[in-house]
Design a protein around this ligand. Sequence first.
Ligand SMILES: NC(=O)c1ccc[n+]([C@@H]2O[C@H](COP(=O)([O-])OP(=O)(O)OC[C@H]3O[C@@H](n4cnc5c(N)ncnc54)[C@H](O)[C@@H]3O)[C@@H](O)[C@H]2O)c1
Length: 276
Amino acid sequence: MSVYDLTGRKALVTGGARGLGEGMARALAAAGASVVIADIREDLGKATAESLRQAGAAAEFVALDVTAEDGWAQAMPQAIGHLGGLDILVNNAGIEITSLLVDVDPAELRRMLEVNVLGTALGLKHGFRAMRPGGPGNRGERPGGASQDHAIVNISSVAATIAFPGIAGYSATKSAVDRLTRVAAAESGRLGYGVRVNCVYPGLVPTEMGNQLAVDCATIGLFPSPQEAAGAVAGLTPLGRLGEVPDIADAVVFLASEGARFITGAGLPVDGGMGM
Ligand SMILES: NC(=O)c1ccc[n+]([C@@H]2O[C@H](COP(=O)([O-])OP(=O)(O)OC[C@H]3O[C@@H](n4cnc5c(N)ncnc54)[C@H](O)[C@@H]3O)[C@@H](O)[C@H]2O)c1
């Protein structure tokens, strides 16, 4: 069996109802994992899980607002109940609100901090509690004595590795996701949790969020049009194009797999070289 195969693995993807998270759920399922999609968008999340099932995957939906401690306390046992364990957590849920620094709205910045930083921190907390030895998602040793490889993948952004105008607040929150990842990996190692923790820095992908960012960059006067905003990003990218959902999802599958068994505390740019 390939070290990238996820047959029998159990994965939870936050923000999996649409966009990159949906793509990650599909890619994890295609690699053999059972998946639970957790999202605030209940109708959309249920429809995405149904479409995954129709494609032959084992997929379920649980309602979760990643900013709510009691939400995690309810969703995690539900997800473990559906899956029969937990091996992989992808902290993908996030929001982006474009603004020049001269126009920063405290409520908007607080909201980004809540979803992107607090949401990821709570995901790490509840993921560790579920997957560490003795945790309700930890299924112990595999036949033959090999220990389970548990993994958390956080979704940062190229915005944490470059300076692009209009996204200062968002960039700050995604830089925080980067640091949360490193400290989480250190704590997991020091305390013997057996959970690898890594993050990816996706480049711009034209999901609903990515498209809205291009529109907003034009609206605040940074570019004449959304097309020129997207074109400027592609122009800064050595591979010469924007990202596509599977570009990011396949990197998440890699970091979640046995193929990444000696990788923890790392940040993987998946941005066509934009952030180098
Ligand atoms: N699209 C890009 O260009 C891009 C680039 C770099 C990083 N990212 C990051 O990738 C992740 C996914 O982005 P996307 O483009 O798919 O965005 P998207 O807006 O298309 O999808 C985000 C999903 O997260 C869910 N969500 C939002 N707030 C939530 C909350 N409080 N609790 C639970 N779910 C919540 C939404 O309902 C939605 O399903 C985000 O963390 C984003 O910051 C995106």
